[in-house]
Design a protein around this ligand. Sequence first.
Ligand SMILES: Cc1cc2nc3c(=O)[nH]c(=O)nc-3n(C[C@H](O)[C@H](O)[C@H](O)COP(=O)(O)OP(=O)(O)OC[C@H]3O[C@@H](n4cnc5c(N)ncnc54)[C@H](O)[C@@H]3O)c2cc1C
Length: 438
Amino acid sequence: MDQLLSWGRYPYNLQTPHSIYWPDDVPQALTDSGSAGQDGMLVFGCGRSYGDSCLAESNHVLVTQNMDRVLAADWETGIILAQAGLTLADVIRIALPRGWFLPVTPGTKFVTLGGAVANDVHGKNHHVMGTFCRHVSRLVMYRSDEGVVDCSPAEREELFAATVGGLGLTGVILAVELQLRRVVSSEIEQRVIRFAGLDEFFDISQKYDATHECTVAWIDCLASGKKAGRGHYIVGNHAQEGPLELAPPGGVTMPIDPPFSLVNQFSLRVFNTIYYNSQQKKEVLSRVGYDAFFYPLDRVLDWNRMYGRAGFQQYQCVVPQQDSYEVIRAVIQQISKSGTGSFLAVLKQCGKSVSPGLISFPLHGVSLALDFPQRDHVNKRLFSKLDALVHEAGGRLYPAKDAHMSAAYFKQAYPQWERVEALRDPRLMSQFWKRVSQ
Ligand SMILES: Cc1cc2nc3c(=O)[nH]c(=O)nc-3n(C[C@H](O)[C@H](O)[C@H](O)COP(=O)(O)OP(=O)(O)OC[C@H]3O[C@@H](n4cnc5c(N)ncnc54)[C@H](O)[C@@H]3O)c2cc1C
């Protein structure tokens, strides 16, 4: 297996992979000095985290993708127990023809169950279903100081709460028990509403979040003045009748590693204007497959390479509800002024559901996520302005996407971090955790 990087390819720290196939491989892989056998290792799923939270301090990672078996499944209740390297794409492949779907899914299906647990991921239905780990009933783990242990919301609760959203630090997750969600069709009834600015986003969000399980907005991050925050609001519900069909596999691949980023001020402005105007009607209703609705980015495999060799960073923050309008407006203004950003800028209203993890990211409020080509000075200057706005409002940044947050900022935003540190497996340490906790 080739050496590995995180999704943003920044920081550019190559990881030496050590594949595990069976749970029995784990103790040796963690301790054997032939493979790495040192402190500061980490587990690696599909590497869909953007920054340094999936990079090991030692640059040696245990890769779980071959530990991907379903161990038990009850198709009456929709509860499955599967090894942690199984991807969400595989869960869908197995469960959807039987009338079950993921209760919560991030914007890519190329994520392992272990990775989804370790970041307690959220999706378009956060305001209805909460985070992924609200649907996880049990974890089987290996800890270098204890061996194999089970934890759940009722058994070893502290270990469970530290592990879900715990950034892979509390042990190697071997298996995950998950409650799936019933569906009668693989299709989604989608409605896309064009909105002219941030005021309208908040009005629409209030109206449609009450009637739709899935909601998310694309915004034009370069639009300014009255148009600031304009975009498309995309909402959907699982259809109540229709086929239960799997989407065909595949997608196109980025053929080359361009030497520079294909995303720049010019391409961004052209794309955003064309995309915003691609829908002339105020509202368009359609029925789409689950793949097009939940995973549009998965159609271009390796799309992260379009940012060139320098890579990119994603900035994802969540701002508490009470000040969300003013703060998100100020954040968008700063980004628009900077002239940088990405095609993909996503606004999402997060719901009130309390996340089960001690340091899970979501909180009740509005989340904004967008990518920035890696340019040291530009990003540093912009991020420090954005951080100040988010921080002052009591918001926080998503560790799964982060490569810049300071230790002071992290500790204030995630006051429970010491409870995770207390349960950290002594063999495991990420570059992110080293940066923010020590
Ligand atoms: C296009 C795209 C869209 C995305 N959309 C969303 C979104 O909507 N919502 C969201 O929340 N996230 C989103 N993400 C982020 C992604 O869902 C998370 O980073 C996810 O955790 C990645 O899982 P992975 O299997 O790739 O794990 P990795 O990125 O390889 O690792 C993530 C963490 O999990 C730990 N880990 C992995 N497996 C194990 C294990 N078996 N035991 C212990 N620890 C383990 C690692 O140590 C690391 O800390 C998106 C990412 C991409 C690329």
